[in-house]
Unconditional design. Structure first.
Lengths: 388, 388
């Protein structure tokens, strides 16, 4: 359970940011945002005035909300007629997270809260959530330790001739048994992910996923992750999974091979490690996200494999790292176009990868927290390609 | 791969419905809707004019979209300045699915498509998708057959003393190995589900999930499904999983017990079977959804357990069945307040369940298709409680 102090600090920081922007109250509807500020994940609406006490209005389950959350004012969801009076009518400007809230919800609250003007506070909420407290860094470190323990078992079950799906199932099974919570939350409305991917020959399939690797998947309805392709000798096998423990996500990738790899892949892997280390060193407060991406892309270019960095030629993603926390796609993003500076407590999965058509995918991924001394690694397992 | 004929028919039916409602074009953004009409699930926008040819604008991956979809006009996503001219300016009224599309997306398209008025076509798209073609019924039957084959294996691995999580992991592992695609799509913006649930003593925990049973889950961040509680002798064990194969979802629940059950639970189970059969018989075209729910609730009331129907007393859900297809929460819903009539080809998971505080959860679930002769069952496995 989240401590009342931790929650109070989160609410206080939001109130400060609302006040700075001249927003009188936040109306939060996304379950993950509500969990962040209350410690309970219910079907609910959370009202946080810039100046005053939060009110949690719960559709389902009121009893569980009251058991789990230290918020003092938790009520059953009111009727449409009552809600305006309950929240108070002195708040002219109300913030909602327009990045994720559907149009119908916005329309409903516009109707039942007449006279307020609604503004987008997606970036406020996402920026606030991107800076992790010591408690949260501890949670992500714990998540990474559990995830690492299963990665360490791969040599026990990886065999030539098994399908990508068999390898993925073994990872998923072991992760679940040690408490992986299963569902991996993503915020972007057109993204979805099931756990991760274990891919070899299907790895170079391109797809919708905002990453270097999508995987072939099992059908055109679910075109992502492991496929029915067999894992063969001397092919790069990329295992990329998200850990989800007590809500907190860690993300890592390791490479495996049964036999040995093409020297070009090995060389690209070395470049990926060099990029990872350069990014790690650069991860200090004040560093600009896109500068770090540009540095990584330049290193790939200097190594002669710039066209293979972060995706198939023509299908490249323009990033090298993404924030993780309660969602897989949090801020900051080490990407082209992101001019925000890093802050101490940002947690980023750094994942330089290369796609070499005809040869496969190679790369590394670890989760780091930004500190004054550069990125501190939270996923503690050797990076080297594991040869079986 | 979806046949061009199947897709053509879907597009034609949408165009008819748009014309009837005076909507000049649909702009579809939800990946699952785009898949339904194109046969490819990409990060894209799909334009379907009431009168004319569809255009698929693809952010990622253009190559995969072209490989998978028979749609003739597939293009890279245009710049903000080009999009209005590409789609044509003669469409004054444009439909979007306001139930699922975020406010930011709506704002973006309002800006780049000036002069159009945007209207909500959520119900048009959901109603259209709710009526399954013979191909789709075949897909759901296949999904249910695979799901049933794993339910049939439960006696091989269910043991007293294992945790709910161990039972769930075994189900998930076996389902994955036969091709379960993992991610279970839900449309409602505040719902989420990981696969299903295997619950015994944790079953009576209440929670956010729009169902009779939520499960305790592993933490307050993921308060749903299996917990770390041990499965004990003589307790009802409820196993409720969704199958996802080639995108299509089937849904079923079976009861297990190691030893024997309290006679009150057995009696409630018999009532659940009677309700299931009454609902099945009532599932003919023209029957009104909420009438069927009311009939089910009355039967529970007459048996003296109306207060335990579909949830803990005080936490009851007011439904007895939900549509399934590419999403777990499709139309129709056999629920209070749903006055729509059933149509031939509607596919519904019927799930009468009872929560008896202090004793546990008991019930049944099968997936049926509406026909002139009542519901035809797609999940072919005996209903009886399996005693081990």
């Amino acid at each position: 359970m989240l401590s009342a102090n931790e929650l109070q600090l989160r609410i206080f920081r939001l109130q400060e940011m609302l006040s700075e922007k001249g927003v009188h109250a936040a109306l939060l509807l996304m379950p993950v945002d509500i969990y962040y500020f209350t410690g309970t994940r219910q079907n609910a609406a959370l009202w946080i005035p810039a100046d005053g006490q939060p009110i949690l209005l719960v559709r389902k389950s009121l009893s569980r909300a009251r058991e789990e959350s230290p918020i003092a004012d938790i009520r059953p969801f009111p009727s449409s007629k009552e809600i305006s009076a309950i929240l108070g009518q002195e708040h002219a400007t109300v913030g909602m997270t327009f990045d994720a809230v559907p149009v119908q919800q916005h329309a409903y609250y516009s109707k039942v809260l007449p006279g307020r003007s609604f503004v987008d506070i997606s970036m406020i909420v996402r920026e606030l959530r991107s800076v992790k407290s010591p408690y949260e860094v501890g949670q992500i470190r714990n998540s990474a330790a559990k995830l690492s323990s299963v990665f360490a078992e791969v040599p026990q079950f990886l065999k030539a001739g098994m399908r990508e799906l068999d390898l993925a199932s073994e990872m998923e099974f072991r992760l679940r048994r040690i408490g992986h919570e299963g569902y991996v939350r993503m915020r972007a409305f057109n993204q979805e992910l099931f756990g991760g991917m274990a891919v070899s020959s299907g790895a170079t399939s391109y797809g919708f996923f905002d990453g270097a690797v999508t995987g072939k998947g099992l059908s055109s309805a679910s075109p992502q992750g492991a496929s029915l392709d067999e894992i063969r000798m001397n092919e790069p096998i990329l295992v990329d999974f998200a850990g989800v423990f007590n809500g907190y996500i860690s993300d890592m990738t390791r490479m495996f091979v049964i036999g040995s790899l093409d020297p070009e892949l090995e060389r690209a892997f070395d470049v990926a490690l060099e990029i990872q280390e350069a990014v790690r060193v650069a991860m200090v407060p004040g560093a600009i996200c896109e500068d770090i991406y540009q540095q990584a892309a330049s290193m790939a270019g200097e190594a002669g494999i710039g066209g293979n960095f972060m995706g198939m030629p023509g299908e490249q993603s323009r990033f090298v790292g993404h924030g993780v926390g309660l969602e897989l796609d949090e801020l900051p993003v080490l990407a082209q176009g992101f001019s925000m500076p890093l802050m101490a407590g940002h947690v980023v999965a750094v994942e330089p990868k290369f796609v070499l058509p005809g040869k496969g995918v190679i790369g590394i991924e670890n989760t780091f927290v930004v500190t004054e001394h550069g990125g501190e690694r939270l996923s503690d397992l050797p990076d080297a390609i594991v040869s079986i």
